[in-house]
Design a binder for this molecule. Structure first.
Ligand SMILES: *Cc1c(COP(=O)(O)O)cnc(C)c1O
Length: 400
């Protein structure tokens, strides 16, 4: 079977809730992926930052295999010998007192929203059923009905109502709007320190710190969704560290397992995660020993292989090089670490056609929204690989 055969099957039997590029990948290693026709590509999306450690990292794959032969799932009805070690190692790495494990990012976001509401009622003293959570325009936090309830993307909501109440949306970067939106019922402010799906949008410098201070002043939880921006992607462990704040809750997922298995988590302190009592919340697979073993190794790889530092340095190198491209299509180049967005003018007729051309040149990228190309390769990328990619990217961006 070749590329077209696989695509035909997918189009016939699969629900069409994605519009992938026409490349059918059969294996991958580090920053490289290979398709069924024998072509090789540099992966500049890294599964939306889930494979920060590089595809099929040997240490992570080996931890997966080893644990798979011991025990994979106990459910939380019983304890296992991997989860407690993940708790300890993740809390020590991040400086939080507690964590709650889930599987997908959306589930972890839901968990944080539930924790914030319960904290609001039990600790802050908000009247029953009146808790409010503030989020930002252009946000992305997953696809559940509650999460799309506060999306500002029309398509994410169209056809899926009625929605969950209790959310307010303010402009990303707009401190005054945030201050105005806060009232006695506000329990949390949920924000991505850098918006990923929104187009790698970096907020104005000082914004997160000001928002954080407002939250302190009004006894509101500052909740950072670091599912995409976290775990080294931005050149720091967490993107919020650029502003010297410590959120009340941090949500992580994606690279927590190096792309080998779905693992997500909410990090916080006892005052917040302590609101959960047995039976309040759960997940059959959440905290399973296979996921826990994989997450433990993924975190070790991130730290021991200095991938956070490499992201910082290679990101700077990549952005500086991209800024030398003199293309009429480029409106702005922005980002932190290896979390890079190239925004094109509307006259460029969409980022998609550039991504399709890049694919022909051996580079896999995906447009976000209509006009942004995101460059977010695995954090193991080396200088010579960036140099190789740069030549192709420059050529494609110079086309008409
Ligand atoms: C991907 C993402 C999510 C959702 O994670 P899933 O695993 O796809 O459910 C939530 N928030 C942000 C910022 C993300 O990038």
């Amino acid at each position: 079977m070749n590329t077209n055969d696989y695509i035909a099957l997918e189009e016939k039997y699969g629900a069409h809730n994605y519009h992938p590029l026409d490349v059918v990948i059969e294996k991958a290693e580090g920053v490289w992926v290979y398709d069924v026709d024998g072509n090789k590509y540099l992966d500049c999306l890294a599964a939306y930052s889930a494979v920060n450690q590089g595809h099929c990292h040997p240490r992570i794959v080996s931890s997966l295999k080893k644990q798979a032969e011991l025990v994979t799932l106990t459910s939380r009805a019983f304890r296992n010998n991997q989860l407690p070690l993940l708790y300890k190692e993740l809390c020590e790495l991040t400086g939080y007192q507690m964590m709650l494990p889930m599987n997908s990012g959306a589930e972890a976001v839901e968990t944080a929203l539930k924790a914030a509401r319960k904290w609001g009622y039990k600790v802050k003293g908000v009247d029953e059923n009146s808790a409010e959570i503030i989020t930002c325009k252009n946000n992305f936090a997953g696809r559940t009905i509650t999460i799309v309830s506060f999306s500002t993307e029309e398509q994410y909501r169209d056809g899926f109502g009625p929605f969950t109440a209790g959310f307010k949306v303010v402009g990303y970067g707009d401190i005054e709007a945030l201050e105005k939106a806060i009232n006695k019922n506000t329990v949390a402010f949920l924000v991505e320190p850098i918006q990923g799906e929104g187009g790698v949008v970096v907020p104005p410098e000082g914004y997160l710190k000001k928002a954080y201070d407002l939250c302190r002043k009004h006894n509101v939880l500052f909740v950072a969704d670091e599912i995409q921006s976290g775990l080294g992607r931005s050149g720091k462990l967490f993107a919020y560290q650029y502003e010297n704040i410590k959120p009340d809750m941090v949500i992580i997922g994606k690279a927590l397992s190096g792309g080998c298995y779905p693992v997500s988590a909410v990090l916080s302190d006892k005052e917040v995660l302590g609101v959960f009592n047995p039976g309040d919340h759960g997940s059959t697979f959440g905290g399973n020993p296979l996921g826990a073993a994989v997450a433990r190794e993924s975190l070790k790889v991130l730290v021991e292989e200095n991938l956070i530092d490499n992201s910082y340095k290679m990101g700077k190198y990549f952005i500086d090089k991209l800024k030398t491209i003199n293309s009429k299509h480029i409106r702005e180049i922005r980002g932190k670490g290896l979390f890079i967005g190239v925004e094109l003018y509307p006259e460029a007729k969409g980022a998609r056609r550039f991504c399709e051309r890049l694919m022909k040149e051996g580079i896999l990228c995906k447009e976000t929204h209509d006009n942004v190309i995101r460059f977010a390769p695995p954090l193991v990328i080396k200088k010579d690989e960036i140099d190789w990619a740069f030549g192709k990217i420059e050529k494609v961006l110079m086309m008409d």
